[in-house]
Design a protein around this ligand. Structure first.
Ligand SMILES: *Cc1c(COP(=O)(O)O)cnc(C)c1O
Length: 454
């Protein structure tokens, strides 16, 4: 089956009577939530999605007054039949342990808010998905006698969020591999300041070398069995579901306050964050237009504009966490939203250049007194590009994906001022750092693994 054909059973129904199943976007597999979380990717190479989407009622959700009631109401249908369903309260409390403020910007026409997703331990929105996945996986698979070992190759941001999420979790270990000398000083610190269950490896090679080691290790049956290897891949459904929650929370709060459905402008790379917003709208949340903003990597824009889907090598930009040449979650978006022609009616897209990013960082500081990271700057550009009519027609929420202090080498020269370190980042930077340097070879990798975890 092509990924364009949706199975017939992909229809909406209230999901009360049976277990929630997760199907592969390529049609070959249907599993329960626990398996989808542990496996990460379907065995046919596809991505997991719920086989039916629950429909949630805005009225019921907005009347939810218990603590974390909305999060629970949103997630419970997806957890039906899961071995950890009864622990959902704790999982939610652990994941959403920090504020996600929605800040009204002082704009003249219309209403525009900034949704700050960056108040987690490593000051980027990936903390939320990584934290939720860690909370789930440690409950399903954590075994102190025989820990599960999560392997993660990173070019900078993801590894820090994953390490922070699994740090000190009993029965869980993490091995982070990053290219030595090719991440910023602050990023390097975030990858290397964790407890005994996190092994940080600075690899004498490139990001591709790191990824090759991880792939080889995962495919090596005996090594894999010995260390119980697993991955915390960004396409894991466990990283996606909690992201839909901040759109649920923000849209419900906005709807309660104003009676309006806000549109969202989302900095987009691998398309996980924006797909989560799409999913939230599909299950019935009061969300208006969705704008996907990319940097100069414009495969999504070209596809929605009518071109073939043509994965390409990514180009480096100032918004480096969005430098993706083959966004994996397009497969999910197509599965739920249809082909390019259908999708183009459901989402908008815009590509932003490095010059425009630089100009936005300056203008945001000048107009609003805020320092924005290069990723968030793509969203403010998209908002400023809207016509006056589009700005008056609906309220807009711009998604802020990282704290500017993580990208101080770019932001500070542009605004001519230092960016104050947020407390969470300052705490991390004060922790002692511990790293092992290895050559980019399986031999070196196995040796250090044996020494630390053998
Ligand atoms: C990962 C990331 C993005 C892109 O998010 P996707 O879910 O991959 O589209 C945007 N901004 C920051 C700061 C990120 O770390």
């Amino acid at each position: 089956m092509s990924i364009m054909d949706k199975p017939d059973e992909f229809t909406r129904r209230l999901h009360r009577d049976s277990k929630m199943k997760f199907v592969s976007t390529r049609g070959g597999e249907s599993v329960d939530l626990d398996t989808a979380l542990v496996q990460g990717i379907a065995s046919d190479g596809g991505l997991f999605l719920p086989d039916v989407l629950p429909i949630l009622s805005v009225e019921a959700l907005s009347e939810e007054s218990s603590e974390r009631g909305l999060e629970k109401a949103f997630l419970a249908p997806f957890f039906e039949g899961s071995s950890i369903a009864s622990q959902l309260d704790e999982i939610i409390a652990e994941t959403f342990s920090f504020e996600i403020p929605k800040i009204k910007l002082p704009v003249e026409n219309g209403r525009c808010d900034l949704l700050e997703l960056f108040h987690g331990p490593t000051a980027a929105f990936k903390d939320i998905g990584a934290g939720f996945l860690a909370a789930c996986l440690s409950r399903i698979e954590g075994d102190e006698a025989q820990p599960l070992t999560i392997l993660v190759a990173t070019s900078g941001d993801t590894g820090g969020a994953v390490a922070a999420a699994f740090n000190e979790r009993p029965g869980m270990r993490v091995v982070v591999l990053y290219p030595d000398g090719m991440v910023s000083d602050r990023q390097a610190h975030q990858l290397t300041c964790w407890s005994d269950n996190v092994l940080s490896l600075a690899v004498n090679g490139t990001f591709d070398d790191c990824q090759a080691i991880v792939k080889t290790a995962l495919a090596d049956a005996s090594l894999s069995a010995k260390h119980r290897f697993s991955s915390a891949n960004s396409i894991n459904i466990g990283r996606l579901l909690p992201q839909a929650i901040y759109y649920a929370n923000a849209s419900i709060a906005h709807w309660q306050e104003t009676g309006n459905k806000p549109g969202f402008v989302i900095p987009t790379g691998n398309l996980g964050n924006a797909f989560a917003c799409f999913l939230a709208r599909e299950v019935g949340l009061p969300i208006g237009d969705i704008v996907l903003v990319t940097n100069a990597n414009r495969i999504i824009n070209d596809y929605l504009g009518g071109a073939e889907w043509a994965p390409r090598t990514s180009v480096q930009t100032l918004a480096s966490a969005m430098d993706v040449g083959n966004p994996s979650n397009m497969e999910r978006l197509r599965f739920v939203g249809g082909d390019a022609m259908e999708l183009a009616k459901k989402v908008e897209s815009l590509s932003v250049t490095d010059e425009e990013i630089t100009q936005q960082i300056a203008q945001n500081y000048q107009d609003w007194g805020i320092a924005t990271c290069p990723h968030t700057a793509t969203a403010t550009f998209a908002w400023r590009k809207l016509s006056d009519a589009a700005r008056m027609e609906q309220d807009w929420i711009l998604v802020a994906t990282a704290h500017a202090a993580k990208f101080e080498q770019i932001v500070e020269p542009i605004i001519g001022s230092t960016v104050k370190l947020p407390t969470e980042l300052a705490e991390i930077l004060e922790k002692p750092s511990r790293v092992e340097k290895i050559d980019a070879s399986m031999g070196a990798f196995e040796q250090v693994l044996e020494r630390r975890f053998g």
